[in-house]
Design a protein around this ligand. Structure first.
Ligand SMILES: C[S@@+](CC[C@H](N)C(=O)[O-])C[C@H]1O[C@@H](n2cnc3c(N)ncnc32)[C@H](O)[C@@H]1O
Length: 260
């Protein structure tokens, strides 16, 4: 762990500009790969309640809804950026089958403080795409970033899951190579209906990507090796832990369960 500087305490995630920059992510082929891989691992069924942590514009919420044929009881989509609440409302108006009885709900919250708003044993599943490793905690006594908030979040995911419940999530590999993501996205440029917008979005994400990598090196964000992620999951009580590479090999997709 490295001592934090005052400049490094800025967090762009709650900003509307940052939220909007990542809405363009869904156009990138590596992201489509990750979305498809995550969807394939979600064991969602009719009547269940699911939580989408760090939902962004709601692509995983949409995937849950579609995979259940619109039969889930509720999806709570949580994010620290208010702009993503607006994106979620737009998504809720366009999903198929239509969400006539309002089963999708946005929760504006910062998961670095845990999931106090969610009762114990309340979800059959929790999903998260490239988000939970941004749980941040700073120890003023030791003057360094720690993994305490990340570990507390894993404990809380365990707490809010019903026995036998599933946790499916992706996290970046250590020191990810964004250029590899960009390179894999090149053919998306030629397929895009609006190549200029595509390039603009890709450029914005690369800029935030530089900040994210720098903060991960400081120990604030947690781009950890797969065996360390598995160790933290085991410590939280999870079992049946599996992982694979996705997102142009720059992210681990992980699935595990709370024991039945
Ligand atoms: C890389 S984006 C992924 C968005 C979405 N999961 C997807 O797959 O498209 C990371 C998301 O995590 C959210 N996030 C980051 N830190 C957060 C925090 N402390 N609490 C809640 N959400 C957070 C961001 O606002 C952003 O929407």
């Amino acid at each position: 762990m490295t001592t934090a500087t005052s400049a490094s305490t800025i967090n762009y995630w709650p900003d509307n500009a940052c939220a909007r920059a990542f809405w363009g992510q869904q156009e990138l082929p590596p992201y489509r790969e990750l979305l498809a891989d995550t969807t394939a691992w979600m064991d969602v069924a009719a009547g269940q309640r699911w939580l989408d942590l760090g939902c962004g514009s709601g692509q995983l919420t949409r995937a849950l809804w579609e995979k259940s044929g619109g039969q889930v009881e509720e999806i709570v989509a949580l994010d620290c950026a208010a702009a993503n609440g607006r994106a979620l409302r737009r998504l809720a108006q366009s999903i198929q089958p239509p969400d006539l009885d309002e089963h999708l709900h946005f929760l504006h919250a910062d998961f670095s403080h845990g999931l106090a708003q969610c009762p114990d044993d309340s979800f059959a599943g929790v999903v998260s795409g490239l988000a939970i490793h941004y749980a941040e905690s700073y120890d003023p006594t030791r003057r360094c970033w720690t993994t305490a908030a990340y570990e507390r979040l894993l404990d809380d995911v365990y707490r809010v899951l019903q026995p036998g419940g599933q946790f499916v999530f992706s996290v970046c590999v250590p020191d990810p190579t964004w250029l590899r993501v960009a390179f894999s996205a090149i053919h998306g440029f030629f397929l895009s209906r609006n190549p200029f917008k595509y390039l603009k979005n890709a450029y914005r994400m690369m800029r935030y990507g530089g900040w994210l990598k720098q903060q991960a090196r400081l120990g604030r964000f947690h781009y950890l090796p797969a065996d360390r992620v598995a160790q933290l999951l085991r410590a939280a009580g999870f079992v049946a832990i599996e992982h694979r590479l996705s997102f142009a090999r720059q992210a681990y997709l992980v699935r595990c369960r709370k024991p039945a």
